[in-house]
Design a protein around this ligand. Sequence first.
Ligand code: ZN
Length: 569
Amino acid sequence: MAAQGAADIVFLNAQLRTMDVRQPRAQAIAVSGGRIMAIGTDAQILSMVGKQTRVIDAEGRTVLPGFNESHLHLFVGAGELDHLQLLGVSGPDALRDAVQSYAARHPDLPVIVGQGCDYAVLDHPLTRHDLDQILAERPLCLLAADHHTAWANTVALRQADILQGRALGPGNEIVMGADGLATGELREFQAKAPVLALAGTHRIMAGLATGKDPDPYPDAAGFTEDCEIMAAGLAQCARLGLTSLTNMDGNAYTLRILDALRAQGRLTARVKVPFHYTTGSTLADLDIASDMARNFCDDWLSSGFVKLFMDGVVDSGTALMREDYPDRPGWRGAPLWSEDAFTEIATEADRRGLQIAVHAIGDGAVNRVLNGYEAARAANGARDARHRIEHIELIDRADIPRMKALGVTASIQPIHAPGATDFPLQPTMNKIGRARWGDAYLQRSLADAGIPLAFASDWPVADLNPLRGIQSALQRPIYEGTDDERLGLDDILAAYTTGGAYATHSESRKGKLRAGYFADLVVLNGDLEAASPAEIGAMGVDMTLCGGRIVWEQERAFQSRRAGERQSS
Ligand SMILES: [Zn+2]
């Protein structure tokens, strides 16, 4: 192969997993002008080294396409990097210590906000009285890891003016006690919003809360502040090897921030941002989505899709089920949309050429979304829409062939599977009920049915680290009496690379290591295939390239040189 000029960077002595069936493995790779120049043996790639080429000896490390993270909340996660982190905190003493020491270190915060709080952190459902015992004088709000539920203390509820309750939209609830006052449990976004507004985090939440621009719109200083928050989130992504991100909350504001960072040369990943269509939206608001699609449609920043929620989560009983919850006869959860309302939105979004992604956790929600997609196709005709369903924690098996027939991508977060890594089996598995365990958290059944898979973290709901996601997928438990739903490493890597690229209609340019593709790649700090699942989760990333640019490099990870320089001895 004759080189057209010299490479910018070459990696030699590597274990390339290209995710390309034409050439699944190789030893070396050359990058030039933001694209992959060639893949081959060390000898072949050495022929592309010029005087200015950076030559990196990968010393046997695994090189993969950059990870395509298919479902995250970038701005929210970035804004929460400084919050009290409660993942893994269990029991009254540990909770008290964590809250009190964080509060002492942050004397000026208007609200102490914790995240990653386990539903079962105490041996009973959390109330404001529990939190008052930990911190009585300052507002305190703890978010469940899933971000669907929050628990606030009395002073927070009082300052937010919701201690007496408040009427909210469907699916949202300020849980009220027998004394006529709020218990402290806040279910879904509208219930949490008044407390979070006190905390001053409304701008990062706007893409979740309304899909519209923050109100009030920030001044120049506020915008700059938000750019710095976003940059911290992007830096976190680069460190973890994420080169493409599909955001799952969204407004035009998010894209404006990212665009400002691009102008400053600080955009270190390709980001796709939806318009979030909420229960407060009208069909005319889809004009915003169409504008976003027109204004942002290049390979770095894009939109072109609409995100909705169909239901809530299993743990709070807000996921929409086809049968009653085993612990609550007569209750099947809370849909955000009627069948007709969703069908109308899906049909109009589809008619506009927009992709649709819907959070659907319960089997009733998945079914309702598929009905809407089917109706949209019947109305508008079939096209390469690649509509998606997010999460799919429970499915009616009869809906699996329908997903395949409609070309729907399954966006799955392996770390969400209870018992895989960070999330405990209970209360989730009891809420689902043993009779349905065989239809919960499916991976292999979906893959075997030919449904495109895109794996993701749902950060900050779960750990952003894709290596821990891979570990989780490998360790997905076999729930008692059910089939083995685990996938092999190849399929899992595909769902984090080619699968994510396919879900964003960009599989011809990214997701693989192939000549001509974007030079988006990651060098791990070891040999992936020699590692056990737990070791994979503990691995790190030594270098991340996006568009041929090094966006993350672990200090002193590589002995490298410019070919034109003499090697120091
Ligand atoms: Zn999400």
